[in-house]
Design a protein around this ligand. Sequence first.
Ligand SMILES: [Zn+2]
Length: 293
Amino acid sequence: MMNKKREITLPLLLAKSLTLVLMCTLLLFLWDASAEKSKAKEQMKKETANEQKAAKKETAAVQTAAKKIPVKKHSETKNTVIKQPAKMVSPGDADTIYLTFDDGPTRTTGKLLDLLEKHHVKASFFMLEPGIKKYQDEVKRIDKDGHSLGLHGVSHSPKLFYRSPETVTGEMKTAQAALRSVTGVRSSLVRTPYGSKPLLTAAEKKALTASGFIYWDWNVDSDDWKYKDKNVANEVYKQIERQKKNFPRQPIVVLMHDRAGSLSSVDTLLTKLKNKGYQFKTVNEHLKPVQFR
Ligand SMILES: [Zn+2]
């Protein structure tokens, strides 16, 4: 009987022990896992705290840096007009000439274009809306020949043009639309009648810029509308040489007029300038414009 009881008890004991060992192992495993978990939690807490510290430091650094930026600069950034190209290129030095013709087109524009073609020179034309409508073939040829297209307004009357910021931008927009309907080109290059000084007010300048226009003045005035003889060419040449000597780093922008009386002067002047090795360029939207100060 005893033996039989023993026989039954031994495997039972073995099974019980095995279960105990298994349970212990399981418990140990579970305890280990939970320990690992809390360790990870601890680490995470530490890292978060470190990150928060770093973020605080960074915020403080940014605030300090922001304090160092002058207020004026900030307001300038705010006023920057987005319509213009972000970066404007230098228009060159005093070996570069920008010939500009105002007040056209006229019935003699074709003759002026023939002369420019003869001398292989490209120029820039600041045109009035009535002429653009009247001499459409001439406007198309200016474009086709590779000259630059610019605007000069509608009325050419200081009283009407410079009356308000609205009249300044309004005349330029009217001329812009006319030029676009004839050539398909949308030009934002302008010259205000008689130049920006002293007639163009600060508010009008701001309005022009806000409408996307870029205005060009000049630094050599041919006064070609005053004379009919060839002295204009000599006068302009003298002024160009003086400008080159005094401001060698500034390009030369010559104001001339698209008119019958200027044709012979243009011929003489171009012969002279070509012989002296001057380069001719045309204005475009990417150049930093030459403006009166
Ligand atoms: Zn003019």
